[in-house]
Design a binder for this molecule. Structure first.
Ligand SMILES: [Zn+2]
Length: 202
């Protein structure tokens, strides 16, 4: 079975009451704060190298985003909920957004705070950076177009040291850019566009 690799912002799909309900869980055994960020976890945070490293990198992550985009930082809380397994995560997500349970991670924005939901797996750090990027953007901006929201989340999901030159999305982006820059319409193709732009599913 395959699962969507990438995550999505579902803020527009969920009502605020759902996100408030989502805050209640019996299974958090640890909590840790870093500035306006709070992590709640089903495993001890200090015993997880990944979670500890992520908590230590959070404020740098926010500074990178704010500096790059010249965002005005605010203090709206962002709560990061980490589940110990995919099953535990899906059990929880099923209660708040049944249609989204196959996604690997989620971000939900309410009027008062942002909530990130993820579970432990080999690439959870990428998911945490991705969803937290959504949370930071949506806490600072009244509206973010989906294409820009996802593009920025994919850029900042990469480890800081690799973002500029070792970004795994860079090769595809260069190929697309080269195709767009070199493409010229043929007479029989008038009105068409290069394939990377034509995202009609064909
Ligand atoms: Zn996303």
């Amino acid at each position: 079975m395959t699962f969507p690799k990438r995550t999505i912002c579902v803020a527009a799909l969920l009502v605020m009451a759902m996100s408030l309900f989502a805050e209640s869980s019996d299974s958090w055994i640890d909590r840790q704060a870093a500035g306006r960020f709070q992590m709640r976890s089903e495993i001890p945070i200090r015993q997880s190298k990944v979670l500890s490293n992520f908590m230590h990198s959070l404020q740098q992550h926010e500074s990178d985003i704010s500096a790059t985009l010249r965002l005005r930082q605010n203090q709206k809380p962002i709560v990061i909920n980490v589940f110990q397994s995919r099953r535990s995560y899906q059990d929880f997500v099923t209660r708040i957004a049944p249609g989204e349970k196959e996604r690997r991670a989620l971000f939900i924005q309410s009027e008062t705070h942002g909530s990130v939901y993820a579970y432990l797996h080999a690439d959870v750090m990428t998911d945490l950076r991705h969803e937290t990027t959504h949370a930071i953007l949506h806490s600072s901006l009244p509206f973010v177009p989906l294409w820009l929201d996802e593009g920025l989340a994919e850029y900042f999901e990469v480890a800081r040291a690799n973002r500029a030159s070792g970004n795994p999305h860079l090769r595809r982006t260069k190929l697309d850019a080269r195709l767009i820059l070199t493409w010229r319409p043929q007479p029989h193709e008038a009105g068409s566009c290069p394939r990377p732009i034509c995202d009609d599913g064909s």
